[in-house]
Every structure is written in structure tokens, then in C-alpha cells.
Design a binder for this molecule. Sequence first.
Ligand code: NAP
Length: 544
Amino acid sequence: MAQLKSVDAVIVGAGFSGLYLLHLLRGQGFTTRVFERAAGVGGTWYWNRYPGARCDVESMQYSYSFDEELQQEWSWPEKYSAQPDILDYINHVAEKYQLSKDITFNTSVCRAHFDEISKQWKIVTDTGEVVKASHFIMATGCISTANLPNIPGTGDFGGKIYHTGKWPHEKVDFSGQSVGIIGTGSSGIQSIPVIAAEARHLTVFQRTPHWTVPARNVPMTDEYEKIWKKDYAERRAQMRYSPSGSLRSVAPIDISALDVSEEDREQAYRERWAAGGMTLLKSYNDLLTNDAANETAAKWVRQRIAGIVKDPKTADLLSPKTYPIGTKRLCLDTDYYEAFNRQNVELVDIVKEPIERITLNGLKIGDRTFAFDSIVFATGFDAMTGTLLRVDIQGRGGLTLQKKWEAGPRTYLGLMSEGFPNMYTITGPGSPSVKSNMMSSIEQHVELVVDTLMHLRENSIETIEPHRSAEDDWVEHVQEVANQTLFPKANSWYMGTNIPGKPQLFMPYIGGVGAYRRICEEVVADGYRGFAFEQKISEAAAAE
Ligand code: NAP
């Protein structure tokens, strides 16, 4: 029988995480295979091509920091980059470090089983390839499995159906069309103004109004770029130990919102609203921990909505009232509320009366029918765990990841799960991941994994795996920290509530990027505290 191909590491995914992993592992002499289901690199930026798709972290910070030459040579056209520009950047990175030649595209990993005798992972792809690897690294991203709700009749629709997270490569032209869009999270909020400007008519179906603040995106200026590039390394170092993995243009105020006068608060909120971006939530130190403090910001933003949206009924419908501001991901928009002042845009509340079914011509809600040429689902993702649990992963004793995580994800540091030796989840549940600038968190996890593999190799260690007690403590700590905040008060994909039947608990680690990095550094300095090692048995010893 032919021997199976064996490598040091198999990486799943060729987004920002997978590419950096490949670059570092290859540089350290590890044999590596990368499997990517798409036809190209880019991960989330490969798939999310919907109109208006844009990053809500500034480009100078949402980019790799590992190579001074790369960060100096690249110029971003705008403050917040649009999807095509981010994809251009990722392709440039793949070309600069000659990464694509080691990536197998159009190939999904569908099974990974750990063999306790050989201490290797056996990985099977949907093209029938089988590879053995000492290390199995899921670099599959946090929001990579689209959620298409099970609305009756979806297959009956005679027009075109799109999902923002699986957008076609060719330009979708909505000119002259009547379009329906379901969902008003970040993807809906970004695409609604753009589709509204093109379509004949746009109907927006809203279940929960999301909080959104202006991005104030502008073309990149030479001056701003120079400010960053002058001391890029120093700024990146600050980002790595900051709470969110990024630096704010307006400094946070380290006092309670309730300890200042209403005039002072108004001034602070006005400044941050004018500056744009996420800084509004950092106006005071208790906006995400104290209901009354939070409500001061929420009320102020509701007044802005009422000031922009001309129809009071529509303004009221767009104003969130059922959960604190910032506890679902805060959205950054460009002219979102303004879009509802257009004659061709209609907002339909589907809380009291949900969509009953999709029909041949459109959709039906109670006795109302809507006719559409196209329907856009901006309905989000089975986030954080969806992609991991769709792969048939089996660890020791045939334990499946589905079984292990049936009550919610269980990891130590968001990086590894007990029972699954040498399997790593880059920005996995239980790490800062989506509650941070993803680029800072990706680089940290990738470097930690590569350092770990080098440590194992240098010390003839065959496997690494968390102790159950360390994992239990970490899972508890992640929830403890979340419970000190207002985040669990919202139904959000952070909590898993957007997917029917999914366990509900706060999945990312919200203790801060810098604090988390320090914890990881201490764990390593303390001889990988909380991890168990299995030493390689030398051939001589094995023969005795
Ligand atoms: P999302 O935030 O989960 O929003 C999904 C929307 O669809 C929500 O309004 C949700 O309503 C609605 N929905 C879901 N199922 C539905 C159903 N069965 N019937 C009716 N409505 C339904 O998803 P997203 O907008 O794609 O964003 C996901 C995340 O991706 C963001 O939070 C962000 O982290 C990331 N993202 C970032 C950017 C950026 O960088 N600017 C852009 C896009 C996405 P409910 O709220 O009631 O559940």
C-alpha cells in the first residue's frame, strides 16, 4: 500500500492567518500544506464582495506588522479600506512571499482524525486527498460560515437570491430592480445605502435595529500616512498591548459617564461622533459595564437618528431600545440613516410579524405581499464555532469536537482544546479575536503557535495539549469577565443567539488584547503552564 504523504503541519484556510502561518512555518523549515476552499487567497475578504463592503478598522492598523518593508511599501487609498483594496493587499502579500505555490485551492478539509499510536492527524479533503500531519491548524476565521435562515419557500423564488457573505465575483447590477434585503447588521448597514442608490426600489426587512455610528471615511492623505509610517514599529508595539489591538484617534476618558455634567457628556459624544469610528464607546470607562452610563450614550445616539431620519415613524423603528449600545457589534456606516430619507427606500419591521414565506415573486408577511427581482440576505454567520464544527474533527479516543463543544466551545486560551493534541484554533473562541483588531490578534496567535512548534521540536516533544483543569479555569474566566460587562444582555452572534439551537454563552475573550497577550507570555515563560507534553520516545528506547 502506498505511504500517506506526511508533513509537519496542515493549515486550513488562506486568509490573513493561514498566509502568515505558512510564511513563518516555511521560514522555520517546517513542511506545510495549506488547504483553501476558495479559488484564491483572502478568506473573509475573498467572499464578502457585497456592495459597500469595507473594513471598520483603519487600514494603517488593519494590516500586517511583521515586516517593516511591507508596511512601509504599501499605500492605502482610504482611511477605512474597501474590500477590493484589502483583497489587492492580500494578493500582494501572497506574491511578495511566494505563498500561493504552497496552497491547494478549491479544496475543503472535511475530516481530521487524531491517531493515538502514530500521534499524527489524518486529514481528508473533499477532493479525496489524504495527508498525515503532526500539527493541525484551523485558520478558518471567525465569521466564515454564512447563515442562510430557513425561511419556507426559499427555493420557490423566481428572481435572484444573494448572501452578503457569499457574493458573486461579477458585478451585480441592481439598476431598475426592486430589491428586498433581510438583515440590518454590519453587512446590511454597509450595503443598504449603496444598493438604494442603484435599485429602483429597496425594501429593508429589519428584525432588530442595530446601533451604528458614522465611519467618516476619507481618502488617505500623504500627511496621515507619513505620521503613521514615521514611527510605525513603535505604534504597532503600542497596539499589541492596547485593550483592543488598535490605537484610537480620540483618547478615551478614564472616568464614569455618570461623574460628569450632561453638557460635558454631550461635548464628548459630539466630538467622537464628528471624528467617526468606534471611539464613541470609549468616551467613558463604564459605557459597557453600567446600564445607566450606557443609556446616556444610547439616548444621545437616538437623538441623532431622530435628527437625520425625516419620517418620525421610520426614525423610531431604526432606534434600538431593547439592548445597550455596543453590546451587539457597533456598526460603522456611511450615510445609513440618510438612505431612509430616499423616496425609493422602505423599512419593514419584522419583529411583530415575521417573514412568513418566500414566494415565486417575492415574499409574504401576513396579508402583505412584496414583489422583488432580487432578495439579499444580510443575515450574518454561524460565527466563531460554525466553521470548526462543520469539519469532522476527532481527537483522542474518537472524541468529536461536536461532542466536546455541545454545551459551547471549550478551549484553553482560545487556542487548544483538551483531548485534541497538536490542534490549534487561530483566534478561536475564548481568545480576543472578534473583540479586537483581528490583525493584532491573528499575528499574536500565529507567532505563539509557531514559537510553540519550535519549542516542541527543540525539546523532542511529540504532543502538546491543555490540562482539563486549565481549560475549565479558562472557560470560567472568559464567562466571568463577560459577565462583568453588559455584553450578555444582547442577543448577538457573540452569544450564539443568532443561530437556532446554538448554545448561548459569550464566545470571545473580552479581557483585552494587551492583558491576554501578557497572560500568554506568562504561560509560556512558566514552561507552558496548563499544558501537558508527551515526550518523543527515541528509536533506541522504543526498541528496548
Ligand atoms: P449580523 O451582524 O449577524 O447581522 C445579521 C442581520 O440579519 C441582523 O440584523 C439579524 O437580525 C438579521 N437576521 C438574521 N437571521 C434572520 C432571520 N431569520 N430573519 C430576519 N432577520 C434575520 O451579520 P453581518 O451584518 O454579516 O455582520 C457579522 C459580523 O461581521 C459583524 O458584526 C462584524 O464583526 C463583521 N463585519 C464587519 C464588517 C466591517 O468590518 N465593517 C462588515 C461586515 C461584517 P437580529 O439582529 O434580530 O438577529
